[in-house]
Design a protein around this ligand. Structure first.
Ligand code: SF4
Length: 352
């Protein structure tokens, strides 16, 4: 019988799998997430439940290959080896409020969607990550924080590493359940964001099954033709279809989405682009009553030799933001740091 990866299950799921009480399931899960040996007899777990967990379960690990610390900001990028030799990347991101970190997790090895400005897209899809492999990325970061003796904790999680989370949604939802369960990682679901390139069915399912979780959407360009050229998935699901799903997400959850635009010099950084984006934001606000939290992200190079894009010069970025502000659309200058260790947005592409 296949062994159960204990850190990938909630207390209830574990109880069901082992045929033990939910109470015991939760206690075992709490032990696992405190990194205690599950054979420890003093956690109040009934003996039969403990024996079942030991017989059927294990706590597999991801091998930390590298832990690269940025010299220019407090980001840390981890390269983690999976049991089959594939490598994924995870990033520890310091939040503005001191003592809080967010973890940018990967949900797939590579990605099938091939967004032209993304390093992961160049790898193609190798495989989906298992639930425990997603959860374990947060545990690796948590251990790093403890080892660094930081008076800090993991405050949130953003699914914006390698992969399209909506294309591996069963496992992503499973990981969210574990992350947000109080006996497991105890991260407030409202501090979890799932970012997508725009898969409408996934957005709707996320709203139904994880209604406290925020939606992130990669817009790239509000000009439909330009978006199709940057993001092949937009040829299957056009922006209007994606916006419909995002509007339903607001109606179901009451949460304003996060929208992201990576600015590419001469590609999507013109005043016309800013105007089209302003139109989209204004229409969305009028339709849903929610104002998207708009992040304009400077492009970080994805290939030293044959990079198809160049970062928009700062004066164009400023003009872009000003054109939006003139329409009362305000942007967050998301600090996409860690670029010296390739930890910035769109740069995650560990090779096996
Ligand atoms: S941006 Fe996201 S969806 Fe697009 S290729 Fe990269 S990982 Fe895949």
């Amino acid at each position: 019988m296949e062994k159960l990866a204990l850190q990938g299950l909630t207390g209830e799921e574990l109880a069901r799998a082992l045929g033990v009480s939910v109470e015991d399931g939760r206690r075992i899960v709490a032990q696992v997430h405190r990194d205690e040996d599950p054979s420890t007899p003093n956690a109040g777990v009934r003996r039969a439940a403990r024996e079942a967990a030991l017989a059927r379960g294990y706590v597999p690990a991801l091998e930390v290959i590298t832990e690269r610390r940025s010299q220019i900001d407090p980001f840390v990028k981890y390269a983690l080896r999976l049991a089959d030799g594939h490598v994924v990347e995870t990033v520890r991101i310091p939040l503005e409020r001191e003592g809080r970190f967010s973890v940018c997790v990967s949900s797939q090895v590579g990605c099938a969607l091939g967004c032209t400005f993304c390093a992961t897209g160049r790898l193609g899809l190798q495989r989906n990550l298992e639930t425990w492999e997603i959860v374990e990325q947060v545990r690796v970061v948590r251990r790093g924080i403890a080892r660094d003796r930081l008076a800090a904790r993991v405050h949130g999680v953003v699914f914006q590493g390698m992969g399209e989370p909506m294309a591996n949604l069963d496992r992503v939802l499973g990981a969210i359940r574990v992350m947000s369960e109080s006996s497991a990682l105890a991260i407030d679901a409202r501090n979890i964001t799932v970012c997508t390139s725009g898969l409408p069915a996934g957005i709707r399912r996320l709203a139904r099954e994880a209604p406290k979780v925020r939606l992130g959407l990669s817009i790239a360009s509000a000009r439909r033709e330009r978006r199709r050229s940057l993001m092949p998935i937009a040829r299957t699901h056009d922006l209007d279809e994606v916006i419909d799903a995002a509007a339903e997400h607001v109606a179901a959850t009451g949460l304003a989405p996060m929208w992201a635009v990576t600015l590419l010099s001469g590609v999507n950084d013109t005043i016309d682009d800013a105007d089209a984006l302003a139109d989209l934001v204004v229409a969305f606000r009028a339709r849903t009553g929610a104002t998207p939290r708009l992040s304009v992200i400077p492009y970080n190079t994805i290939a030293e030799d044959d990079d198809p894009f160049v970062r928009a010069p700062s004066e164009r970025e400023d003009a872009f933001r000003d054109a939006l502000a003139a329409r009362s659309v305000f942007t967050h200058k998301r600090y996409s740091g860690g670029s010296d260790v390739a930890a910035a947005c769109g740069q995650l592409a560990a090779r096996s």
